[in-house]
Design a protein around this ligand. Structure first.
Ligand SMILES: [Zn+2]
Length: 436
């Protein structure tokens, strides 16, 4: 790929704006969008986008609830089911999964874009690429598999087997690119050594493509992954099931992830408080907002990702003109429990399902430090008892709650009942996590 001849980022954004206007004209023809887009004119400048309402996860969920026999994917299913080629789903970490349809055209564009991300991240013809995802339907499943092949990689889909089988596959197939979450990449190196009786550094992994969670950009985590595998490159990778599973990928320079989805997705950087645009400049931070410019089966317009980005550079030495960034967190407090993403809101939901008769509903996870994201032992969860309920009287329910969290979310919590009134409650959003 001759990235040196790529158009400037300004030019790319201008082309995206043109495509945005064409997409508006198309979406206006659908009931699901005509009301939301009433009075919205084609944008001439980037700031004209500010008049366009956001799409949120809640909107997509509400749309899915309006299922009909003709449109099983709900109000935002824009084509007949017969025109769909595939359905994918979000991981459902924050609640019930949402499902998305893809037409054959959509699928072709996804393959190309996800392929671009993998090419940027270091997959080349001849690369033997291990995919460790276990589930096909999620963004990191079949869509990633298609993208790896599009980039010319030899797909070795090892996920979904026991760790022993996966380790054996890594060795026998001489895998040189490992695709996994940052947490799993570190954990899996240890397991390979246990299973194979040789250190993971003696295998042939040289590039680790790490996505699905923030972390691989943090220097000590990156160093640990490199050392664990004897690798020479860690490429961070990021996308969103609701928009496109791979939109950002780190090049060989290693200073952050480039935006790689430009022809099909428009990205804006906004201040999550003022909702104004933040310029793409090194050091700037903001929330990514995405619009699918070409998606036929379903579309999102100005989808709020809740991903907080920090821009690292706008003139990468590799010649790619899209800015690079690190994802510095989620506006909504995602935690990592062993190699899994977990949302405090999901834990609260399950705890209340099991124990609401004895609980007030107020609860919070205690961190050791404000910037702690990872937990390797039981999550300390303070829950407030209802007024007049004694801790002994709540024992059975609280035990049932931790069991349900373990079964449902595969997370262990250490529940600490607190008397009513002990946990401070504010009238604005109450933090579900805190550090004393
Ligand atoms: Zn670059």
């Amino acid at each position: 790929m001759t990235a040196t001849t790529a158009p400037s980022w300004e030019r790319t954004q201008a082309e995206q704006l043109d495509a945005f206007g064409r997409m508006l004209d198309r979406l206006r023809g659908y009931d699901a969008w005509s009301g939301r887009l009433r009075g919205i004119t084609a944008p001439a400048h980037l700031d004209d986008l500010l008049q366009v309402p956001f799409t949120t996860k809640e909107d997509l969920r509400a749309g899915q609830a309006e299922r009909t026999a003709e449109h099983p994917l709900g109000a935002y299913q824009l084509v007949d089911t017969a025109e769909l080629a595939q359905v994918t789903s979000s991981s459902g970490t924050t609640g019930a999964p949402t499902y998305f349809g893809l037409t054959r055209g959509d699928l072709g564009r996804w393959n190309s874009r996800i392929g671009d991300a993998y090419r940027t991240a270091g997959v080349a013809p001849g690369s033997v690429v291990a995919l460790t995802t276990g589930m096909a339907i999620v963004a990191g499943g079949l869509p990633y598999a298609d993208g790896i092949r599009d980039a010319g990689g030899v797909l070795a889909w090892l996920g979904g087997q026991t760790t022993g089988r996966m380790a054996l596959g890594m060795q026998r197939l001489a895998v040189d690119v490992l695709v996994s979450t940052a947490s799993f990449a570190a954990h899996f190196a240890d397991r390979c050594e246990d299973e194979l009786g040789v250190p993971a550094t003696s295998l042939s992994v040289r590039t680790v493509i790490a996505g699905g969670e923030p972390g691989a950009g943090v220097p000590h985590i990156r160093r640990a992954i490199l050392d664990a595998w004897g690798a020479t490159r860690v490429s961070e990778f990021m996308g969103l099931g609701d928009v496109l599973p791979a939109m950002w990928a780190e090049c060989e320079v290693g200073q952050g992830m480039h935006f790689t989805a430009a022809p099909d997705v428009l990205v804006e950087l906004i201040d999550p408080e003022t909702l104004e645009h933040v310029p793409w400049a090194p050091g700037a931070t903001g929330e990514a907002v995405y619009t699918t410019l070409t998606r036929e089966a379903s579309a999102v317009v100005r989808f709020r990702s809740r991903d907080q980005l920090a821009i690292t550079q706008v003139d990468c030495a590799c010649g790619r003109t899209a800015p690079t960034m690190r994802c510095v967190g989620r506006t909504d407090d995602m935690l990592i429990y062993k190699a899994m993403n977990v949302y405090p809101s999901a834990i609260r939901e399950v705890v209340l399902e099991a124990a609401s008769p004895v609980l007030s509903g107020t609860m919070r996870i205690r961190k050791d430090a404000a910037d702690q994201v990872r937990f390797d032992s039981d999550l300390p969860l303070e829950v407030e008892l209802r007024e007049g309920v004694e801790p002994q009287a709540a024992e059975a329910e609280l035990h049932a709650a931790s069991a349900l969290v373990r079964d449902r979310l595969r997370v262990r919590v250490a529940i600490e009942p607190q008397p009513f009134g002990r946990i401070p409650v504010s009238d604005y959003k109450n933090a579900l996590v805190y550090a004393p």
